[in-house]
Each structure stands twice: as structure tokens, then as C-alpha cells.
Design a protein around this ligand. Structure first.
Ligand code: ZN
Length: 228
């Protein structure tokens, strides 16, 4: 398997943890990217290289506790508006745009969120994604960035064979993660975008010890058009 490169654009909003000085901002972004590089490899020949392309400061406070993680990446949200401003400055460079938000988590208890966004679209064989990741203060010194880049790189457009509609799909090859109600035995949670393996970085919870990936995950991530 080849080595892929994924460019990372870091965006610091006002008042975030480890965001007051240049040294703090550099350290926080470097820590997140270092963890992603540690995790997204099977050996030195099979890996994704996450490379810090540029860092931006935006003089605006965005408090994550005022929104759910889903709302954070919706079109027109404060985080995506800022990401679009930064994309203007990079001439729409292909990569993952990670925005740091203040507040100790989103209102739905998630600490981070990530996904892909099309910047051009013709059909399922002709489009271009960029990645969007939002990290709250609760994501400091964690593997959450490494988890969210998985959601970004697994994303693609596919044709739904049932009705020929083109749909966004970010299924994890080691999914689905499921939960069963212990009382009723009913399947209450099915998340195809999360791993069912507790030792995997794409398990819904990052413990700091679940840092494994599989060859299938690495291969799928490498086929993202964000991976150069
Ligand atoms: Zn997740």
C-alpha cells in the first residue's frame, strides 16, 4: 500500500484551551496531528501522513456548548462559516480543516465532530471533498482528532442500488457498532460509521488506549480524494 498525504489546516477561534499564544497553538495542533500519525499506520510502508499545512487565528469566539455536534458542521453554522473564510485564504486547498472551539464539549455531550463536505459535485464519480473537524476544549490532549479524521476519510458518494439516488456514505469497514437494550434485547443503536472493535480508534468512545486500525480501514481511507 502506498503512503498518502493529508494536509491539515488548523483554525483557532478566540478563548480556546491551549490557544492563547503562538507556542500553545502550535503545540495543540502538533499534538493532535502527531496522534493521528501514530494511529493511522500499520507499519511504516502502510500509512497516512498527516501534514500541518497552515495555522489560522480567527478573532471570534464560538462556544461549543451552544450547539450540538451535528449543528456545528451544518451549512451556515458559525464553525462552517469560519472554515469557508479560511478556505478563501487557501484557494480551496484540499485537506482537512480543523477548527478549535471554546467550551467543554457540545450540548449533546459530544466533544468533537468530523465529516466531509463537497466543494464540487458532478456525480458520484466526479466530485471533490474537503474535511471538516470541530474540536472543543474537552478534546485537548486526546485521540479525538485521530478519530474524526476517520469519519472524514471514510466518506464518499455512492449510488443507492434501491432507488439510484446518490447518497453520502461513511461506513466503517469494521462497523457497525451496535447496542442492545439489556432488558428487552432490542437493537437500540446501529452506527455503521463506527467500529464494533473496542480496541479500534473508530470505536465510538476514545479511551486513549483504543488506537488500532485495520488494513481495510487504511485502504478505504486512502481512496478518499482528500488523501493525496
Ligand atoms: Zn465518531
Amino acid at each position: 500500500m502506498p503512503i498518502y498525504t493529508v494536509n491539515i489546516y488548523g483554525i483557532f477561534t478566540s478563548g480556546v484551551a491551549s490557544g492563547s499564544t503562538v507556542a500553545q497553538r502550535r503545540a495543540r495542533l502538533e499534538d493532535d496531528v502527531r496522534r493521528a500519525n501514530e494511529i493511522w499506520r500499520l507499519n511504516d510502508e502502510n500509512r497516512i501522513n498527516f501534514v500541518i499545512a497552515r495555522r489560522f487565528i480567527i478573532n471570534r469566539t464560538v462556544n461549543a456548548t451552544n450547539m450540538t455536534s451535528d449543528e456545528a458542521l451544518m451549512n451556515g453554522s458559525a464553525p462552517t462559516t469560519i472554515i469557508n473564510q479560511v478556505r478563501n485564504m487557501t484557494n480551496n486547498a484540499i485537506g482537512i480543516y480543523v477548527i478549535y472551539l471554546s467550551g467543554n464539549g457540545f450540548s449533546n455531550d459530544a466533544d468533537s465532530v468530523g465529516g466531509a463536505e463537497p466543494i464540487s459535485f458532478v456525480d458520484e464519480n466526479n466530485y471533490q471533498f474537503i474535511g471538516q473537524v470541530a474540536l472543543t476544549d474537552a478534546a485537548l490532549n486526546s485521540d479525538l482528532f485521530a478519530h474524526e479524521v476517520g469519519h472524514v476519510l471514510f466518506a464518499r458518494y455512492i449510488t443507492n442500488p434501491q432507488n439510484n439516488e446518490i447518497i453520502y456514505n461513511d461506513d466503517d469497514p469494521t462497523g457497525p457498532y451496535t447496542e442492545i437494550d439489556p432488558n428487552t434485547g432490542d437493537l437500540i443503536v446501529v452506527e455503521p460509521y463506527h467500529s464494533r472493535f473496542t480496541d479500534n480508534i473508530m470505536y465510538p468512545i476514545t479511551f486513549g488506549t483504543n488506537r488500532n486500525i485495520t488494513a481495510a480501514q487504511l485502504e478505504l481511507a486512502g481512496t478518499s480524494n482528500i488523501a493525496l
